[in-house]
Design a protein around this ligand. Structure first.
Ligand SMILES: [Zn+2]
Length: 198
């Protein structure tokens, strides 16, 4: 209820957040889904029936309003995103089931210290389309990545930034050094210039 001042159309930041969620590996998605389910369950248990009906109705109205305002491009983005999220959710569910079965099978027979450490290697493989960083194992045979932007199919609009901010950040302003040293949070920076994320 506290979030009813949220904008109706999907902002680039929201899309980016959903993309980064969609980008999670199956394992991480599985963990997050469990945590999210728990959180929702807690909330839903403390809700009255009336609150629940209201919440669901509000969600539905917001969704419909959002969809009605979409450009064809946004609609395509949303559908692509939904598809990826569904795929990931299914993969996560499968993984959860497989993990649970494995834990049951192995619980008594394999001491943890005998399991070899596994490393995914450095996360330094850039997607040529969205510049996301990936593990080598995520790279398809054509050296492209599907988890981030589905091989460039999902293209995020570049956020417009005020000229002054751009100058400050590109060290083209006398106060650039001061600005960058005192910028309150790197997160703000990344929000403005996601392509500069290192
Ligand atoms: Zn990508």
């Amino acid at each position: 209820m506290a979030r009813n001042n949220r904008p109706l159309s999907m902002t680039p930041a929201a899309i980016r957040q959903r993309l980064s969620r969609a980008n999670a590996t199956g394992e991480r998605a599985a963990q997050r889904n469990t945590a999210e389910r728990q959180r929702h369950r807690t909330r839903n248990n403390t809700e009255t029936l009336e609150q629940r009906v209201l919440r669901l109705e509000l969600n539905r109205t917001r969704r419909l309003a959002r969809i009605s305002l979409e450009t064809p491009e946004q609609r395509q983005q949303r559908q692509d995103l939904n598809r990826i999220q569904t795929q990931n959710r299914r993969a996560a569910q499968k993984l959860n089931i497989a993990n649970a079965a494995r834990v049951r099978r192995n619980a008594r027979t394999i001491p943890e210290e005998s399991v070899d450490e596994f490393s995914c290697g450095p996360m330094e493989f850039r997607c040529q389309y969205c510049q996301s960083k990936n593990f080598k194992g995520e790279m398809a045979a054509d050296k492209k990545f599907t988890n981030c932007c589905e091989k460039g199919k999902i293209e995020l609009r570049i956020l417009r930034t005020h000229k002054l901010i751009t100058k400050l950040m590109k060290e083209e302003h006398p106060q650039s050094k001061n600005f960058m040293e005192n910028i309150s949070s790197k997160t703000v920076h990344w929000h403005l210039h996601p392509w500069e994320r290192k």
